[in-house]
Design a protein around this ligand. Structure first.
Ligand code: SF4
Length: 358
């Protein structure tokens, strides 16, 4: 496909020009051919399946102060909560009963959840639900801690890099955080054996097409198993509160590009996408996404995990509405899959999905 020339090299400028062309000038026909190509690649590896993960946002305390984040340490307006171990296990049980076989445990960087607490939690979930995969998303930790959590039973780890450009990283984060450390964490996780998820925001403040190209180059180098991409949505209690109105078009383009560059990745149609546009979930699947993460967090906490304004936590984002979500996926001729849904290179005999060509 001629519109993809330049994506397979390492020339940042060429790649940046192509992204700009796709985002600003490509015809509808070109975009259709391009997203179709992304879907074909997805289907070669996973079929037209959508994999489900039950999301449990178990603490919104965070020691960090990322400038764009609604639950950053210095936001005095955030209403803080922490779930108990018992509440987390109950949420897993609820998810298990409705069919989920992957639990994503996400939190801010909350030191209350020490390594010992997290290990105990992982071990208990794995003991109660041995046929389930556990994904952790609890931020930057030491290599040794990652290793011990892996040994306790964690299978996957999500840690978005947010931007692969050092200067840009510094514009979005306080000086105690560094892209170097973030990248080191991701490589450590991979080396330990986790299925690793990276990702970035599209249209974040100061982002350029060159920076988007750097993100793609980094992802191709890292070869993560999962890639999360969502539109930047401002939060009212941050310095970016008035930063533009979020749109989804560029995110959809980037989703397809990521699928083309890392074809075996598991890629969610993110909640952020759907927060901007109610029909964006389907558009994400039509662009090459194949994962969805319904929210299993108890209702009384959900509204307080506000990373950005108006984050959806009810409607079809909620695990209670699973049947509507299943129907909406079938309606676009895709196949819901509630199994562990491992990365295609990590599937163990008899445990996970059957990959097939459609
Ligand atoms: S983005 Fe993550 S690490 Fe940064 S403040 Fe928010 S929850 Fe904490």
């Amino acid at each position: 496909m001629k519109e993809l020339n330049g994506f397979y090299g390492t020339d940042k400028k060429k790649m940046s020009e192509k992204i700009k062309y796709l985002c600003e000038s490509a015809t509808n026909e070109e975009i259709s051919a391009f997203t179709l190509h992304a879907c074909e690649l997805r289907n070669q590896h996973y079929g037209a399946q959508v994999f489900f993960r039950g999301l449990i946002e178990f603490s919104n305390y965070c020691k960090n102060d990322c400038y764009y984040c609604g639950i950053r340490r210095n936001n005095q307006n955030a209403v803080r909560y922490r779930m108990s171990e018992e509440e987390i296990l109950k949420s897993c049980a609820k998810g298990y009963d409705i069919g989920f076989r992957t639990f994503v445990l996400q939190s801010g960087e909350d030191s209350y959840f020490s390594e010992n607490k997290l290990r105990s939690l992982v071990y208990k979930i794995k003991t109660c639900f041995p046929d389930c995969a556990i994904t952790l998303s609890t931020g930057e930790l030491s290599r040794d801690t990652y290793k011990r959590l892996y040994d306790a039973g964690a299978d996957r780890y999500l840690l978005r890099h947010e931007t692969a450009n050092e200067k840009h990283y510094q514009m979005l984060h306080p000086s105690e955080l560094s892209l170097k450390n973030r990248k080191e964490c991701l490589y450590n996780l991979k080396e330990i054996g986790y299925q690793v998820g990276a990702g970035f925001m599209v249209d974040s403040p100061y982002q350029t097409y060159d920076i988007l190209a750097e993100n793609l180059i980094f992802l191709r180098e890292l070869q993560p198993h999962m890639i999360g991409i969502g539109p930047f949505i401002p939060h009212k209690d941050t310095k970016f509160a008035n930063y533009g109105k979020p749109t989804i078009y560029k995110t959809i383009i980037m989703l397809s590009l990521v699928r083309i560059m890392v074809p075996k990745a598991l890629i969610p149609a993110t909640t952020a996408l759907n927060t901007v546009d109610a029909s964006a979930r389907d558009k994400g699947f039509f662009a090459g996404a194949n994962v969805i993460m319904p929210n299993l967090t108890p209702k009384q906490y959900r509204k307080n995990y506000q990373l950005y304004d108006n984050k959806l936590c009810s409607g079809m984002e909620a695990s209670e509405n699973l049947s509507s979500l299943l129907n909406s996926i079938r309606n676009i001729n895709m196949i819901p899959n509630l199994s562990r849904g491992d990365h295609v290179d990590k599937i163990k005999d008899g445990i996970s999905v059957q990959c097939r060509r459609l």
